[in-house]
Design a protein around this ligand. Structure first.
Ligand code: FES
Ligand code: FES
Length: 180
């Protein structure tokens, strides 16, 4: 078993109280000023659905929804979200486990392979559909242009954007032909 070594002695740093609403629940954490939101979510709040890939704002794997807008949690300091609302991929699922349209669409369209990038895509698409509930194919391409996937080639993810929009709009058009 490998012992984890903390190369930075956080006990010497000033800590800050942060109160933030995560997935509908107010959470309180005490963190150094330099703590990234991605690390605060994963390590302090144990919400490991948010993934960390590049850790410098390129891949989009760490995307969460901050006050309705998608943000890179690896570029956001935890102290800066004090008093704000965050939705992570865990918070998209309904109270009885029902999938968000963006999550269901990934299943319907086979929009993932290894799945590492998926939380970032799902949160990005969920936020995007609040702004544009009826995207064109071109819009779908644009919507996911800030997220990287090393497996799928993006075609099924683009289908998932359109499928998610259908599901979100509901009704007959959300029930049928996009399942292919
Ligand atoms: S981990 Fe944040 S953008 Fe890649
Ligand atoms: S499914 Fe593997 S990186 Fe996207």
């Amino acid at each position: 078993m490998t012992e984890q070594v903390n190369l930075v002695d956080e006990s010497a740093e000033e800590l800050h109280d942060v109160r933030v609403n995560v997935n509908g629940t107010w959470r309180e954490i005490r963190v150094p000023a330099r703590r990234l939101l991605s690390d605060a979510l994963r390590h302090d709040m144990r919400l490991t659905g948010t993934h960390v890939g590049c850790e410098h704002g390129v891949c989009g794997a760490c995307t969460v929804i901050l006050d309705g807008r998608p943000v890179r949690s690896c570029l956001t300091l935890a102290v800066s979200v004090h008093g704000h609302e965050i939705t992570t991929v865990e918070g998209l699922t309904g109270p009885n486990g029902e999938l968000h349209p963006a999550q269901q669409a990934f299943a319907d369209c086979h929009g993932l392979q290894c799945g590492f990038c998926t939380p970032g895509f799902v949160t990005t698409i969920a936020a995007y559909l609040e702004e544009n509930p009826d995207p064109s194919e071109e819009d779908a391409t644009e919507a996911i242009s800030g997220n990287l996937c090393r497996c799928t080639g993006y075609q099924n993810i683009k289908k998932a954007v359109l499928r998610a929009a259908e599901l979100k709009r509901g009704g007959a058009e959300g029930q049928g032909e996009a399942r292919q």
